[in-house]
Design a protein around this ligand. Structure first.
Ligand SMILES: [Zn+2]
Length: 200
């Protein structure tokens, strides 16, 4: 269908169809929305995309995405240094921050162990987590990976790695719907799971 349109529109539709969950139909609708929108709005969208690619990097401490290194959470002196919450991705930091319950710091793995997909410990930020625990005065590591098989495997792997060190490793409470993802749980559910965390 997009073949009937002028080249720049076809190109935009093609780019937009690459987004997750966006088919050609939706991409076409979005492309025409951009075409009709005021010039400043469209340019602001384009500039935001460029800014994300050029300014966003990973925090050298916790690997959360940030434009200033270390990130705002790691720089915040009011946050507890002795408790680290381990999450799969940057969106999970946002989900836990929304609850307002957690006052420690984070460690973003950027994935989970998944032998089927060829993801091993070296592909994740696990070494740096161990280093943080060894170097710092960390009392507790909460593993808040998603309640899925890979998330559980990753949690147990981390617990085993940290066993020799004087640190409590905990997991979010059971009761989170198995197979779910943190970023889709509401704040109350995450708060309860944090509160009821257990040692693994
Ligand atoms: Zn950080």
């Amino acid at each position: 269908m997009s073949g009937h349109f002028a080249k720049p529109i076809v190109q935009l539709i093609r780019e937009l169809s690459r987004f997750p969950g966006i088919g050609e139909k939706t991409a076409t609708r979005l492309a025409f929305h951009i075409l009709k929108s005021p010039r400043e709005e469209a340019l602001s969208l384009a500039n935001s995309i460029i800014a994300v690619k050029e300014q966003i990097k990973l925090c050298s401490v916790c690997y959360h995405i940030t434009d200033i290194d270390p990130c705002a959470i790691c720089r915040d002196s009011h946050r507890e240094r002795d408790i680290i919450c381990v999450v799969e991705g940057p969106q999970d930091v946002a989900s836990i921050e929304k609850t307002g319950e957690f006052k420690g710091r984070y460690h973003v793995l950027h994935g989970v162990l998944s032998p089927m997909d060829g993801v091993g410990p070296d592909d994740l930020r696990i070494d740096s987590l161990v280093k943080r625990v060894v170097d710092g005065d960390v009392k507790e590591v909460i593993v808040a990976t998603n309640p899925k098989v890979e998330g559980e495997t990753t949690a147990l792997y981390i617990a085993r790695l940290l066993k020799p060190f004087d640190v409590k490793v905990t997991r979010l409470a059971q009761g989170l719907p198995m197979g779910g993802e943190l970023e889709y749980f509401d704040e109350a559910t995450i708060s309860k799971a944090l509160e009821g965390r257990r040692v693994i």
